[in-house]
Design a protein around this ligand. Structure first.
Ligand code: PGA
Length: 254
């Protein structure tokens, strides 16, 4: 059975007090026996707080981004070493909002991926096509390029540290989700792309998450495809009850 993950991407939400409240509510509401690993991704400012607060729980903490350099004159940026030093072992890279609003490219993301692996961090690497690319029928090509350009320079040894999140841009924060069939087909396509380069064992072990308007009432259906190994949840991860239901939906399915 592949490793399963339900991760909450809080984006730029929650100050210190709200972080405290949400963490407390999550500890109370999340199922103890969830089949999936549960991860929360607060802002950089609240990562330390979250790590300490969740120390004796089974909820892990990940960062939403990091810089590719080890250190230096990069005002406003955060390094892998800084994250590791406060106990953060996982980082989201290449979220579509980073690509769209902060100029992240396949090339810069490839460097970030190298740095994360060199620092022995786990990567949740996001890929996904825009609406026009889906409508024009080039969505597989776009996603394949993102996977190849961002990750295919890495050695086989790096792959146990990699998780891919398929997040069609048109489904993020829009209330529109990919159908279970669309998600399942793309996940299988991504897995095949990885299989062609790295072989069957690595491809079969790779967790591929779906992201984009996952809610309590659609989670079970989306997670039901055998190639969907969990979810990256935005809006619904800000409400403990909804996030807990999504995590629960996954456990029931598996
Ligand atoms: P959403 O965001 O669940 O609010 O659509 C998903 C994401 O951006 O990771």
């Amino acid at each position: 059975m592949r490793h399963q993950i339900v991760a909450g991407n809080w984006k730029m939400n929650n100050n210190a007090e709200q972080t405290e409240d949400l963490l407390n509510a999550l500890i109370e509401k999340l199922p103890d026996d969830a089949a999936a690993e549960i991860i929360v991704c607060p802002s950089f400012v609240n990562l330390s707080q979250a790590v300490q607060h969740l120390e004796f729980t089974n909820i892990a903490v990940a960062a939403q981004n990091m810089h590719e350099a080890a250190s230096g004159a990069y005002t406003g940026e955060v390094s892998a070493d800084m994250l590791k030093s406060i106990g953060v072992e996982t980082v989201i890279l290449g979220h579509s909002e980073r690509r769209a609003y902060f100029g992240e490219t396949d090339q810069s993301l490839a460097k970030k991926a190298t740095t994360a692996i060199e620092n022995d961090m786990r990567i949740i690497f996001c890929v996904g096509e825009e609406l026009s690319e889906r409508q024009n029928g080039i969505f597989e090509e776009v996603v394949q390029r993102q996977v190849r350009n961002g990750l295919f320079h890495l050695s086989e040894e790096a792959w146990p540290q990699i998780v891919i999140a398929y997040e069609p841009v048109w489904a993020i924060g829009t209330g529109e989700t990919a159908t279970p069939q669309q998600a399942g087909e793309m996940h299988a396509f991504i897995r095949n792309t990885v299989r062609e380069k790295y072989g069957n064992d690595i491809a079969e072990a790779l967790p591929i998450l779906y992201g984009g308007s996952v809610k309590p009432d659609n989670a079970r259906e989306i997670f039901s495809h055998p190639d969907v190994d969990g979810g990256l949840i935005g809006g619904a991860s800000l409400k403990a009850e909804d996030f807990a239901k999504i995590a629960g939906a996954f456990s029931e399915h598996s």
